[in-house]
Design a protein around this ligand. Structure first.
Ligand SMILES: [Zn+2]
Length: 300
């Protein structure tokens, strides 16, 4: 049986606007096969990448949830490092108003950029497909913050595991015929039609959602329903409408209602010197959660 490619999420920064010694500004490194992507890129992201032994040259896409400095302050130095390392591969930067902000950033200094940067504007209403390959899709998801913002959703297409015993009985071997059956859902063998579902098992693909900063917002939870991982704004224990952040108990209630498999709370306020208060608030509502520290890794 072919196992799906491992997915690794590394929490480079789990803090919020004002970093502390323990928690840096927001950044998450996503790694699946050849894909290395960043979700947000706060101050200090490149030194965190260095700690993780990941070269910035490997990063092909950067997703920025919104243009508050704690979510993009690391972008300029990271692009400069890519340039100094003679990057030639293109870089894609996604976000609300990305084209305007990326252009402004690049004009901020004399150095110029020796590789193409493509900025892609996100305008989810409430959802917008950004990327589609044969294996997965990436979506922008509407969120509700104090400035234009969005979250991002990664979803794999279902995997088909062909049971070789069954196909061998039909006189088939691995090769183009089986690929054709996977693609079309059926295959004509001799004078009969073999349905893919009769000789293969389907397992659903994995779903991962990262919200960035947002109030609890129901349309986003609808997309995130049943997600393997929901990485949500967990800035405060108490609601903070003045700052456009939810309380972790509101988030936990929604995660339960929408049957999220694992909730991960990030963007923690510096007022919490450890995770105890947050855990105490969330645990009675929803047990399948974690509060990562900088450098923690989740594997799916
Ligand atoms: Zn923030």
């Amino acid at each position: 049986m072919i196992m799906p490619a491992p997915i690794e999420l590394r929490f480079l920064g789990t803090g919020s606007a004002i970093p502390t010694v323990k928690r840096g500004q927001p950044a998450i490194l996503f790694h699946r096969e050849a894909d290395f992507w960043l979700f947000d890129c706060g101050e200090g992201t490149q030194s965190r990448l260095e700690q993780a032994h990941v070269s910035p040259l490997r990063i092909s896409k950067i997703f920025i949830t919104h243009w508050h400095a704690d979510h993009f302050a690391g972008l300029l130095p990271l692009i400069e490092t890519m340039h100094l390392n003679r990057r030639t591969e293109p870089l894609e930067i996604y976000g609300p108003d990305a084209s305007r902000f990326v252009e402004d950033l690049i004009e901020l200094s004399y150095w110029g950029v020796g590789f193409p940067i493509k900025a892609i504007d996100c305008e989810p209403e409430p959802y917008q497909k950004l990327v589609e390959t044969g294996e997965y899709e990436v979506w922008a998801l509407q969120t509700k913050h104090s400035v234009p913002s969005c979250g991002f959703g990664f979803i794999e297409k279902p995997h088909w595991h062909i049971e070789m015993k069954k196909v061998k009985k039909l006189g088939l071997e691995r090769g183009p015929k089986l690929s054709e059956m996977k693609e079309k859902g059926k295959l004509i063998v001799g004078n009969k039609t073999v349905m893919l579902a009769d000789v293969a098992k389907q397992t659903p693909g994995r779903k991962i959602v990262y919200t960035g900063d947002t109030f609890v917002y129901e349309p986003l939870f609808r997309w995130a329903a049943g997600a393997d991982l929901l990485i949500h704004d967990g800035t405060f224990v108490e609601p903070a409408p003045m700052h456009a952040h939810p309380s972790v108990t509101q988030v936990a209630k929604m995660a339960k209602r929408f049957a999220v498999k694992r909730l991960v709370l990030v963007h923690l306020s510096r007022r919490y010197s450890n995770n105890t208060e947050i855990k105490r608030a969330v645990r009675p509502i929803f047990k399948k959660f974690s509060v990562p520290d900088d450098g923690d890794v989740v594997r799916l």
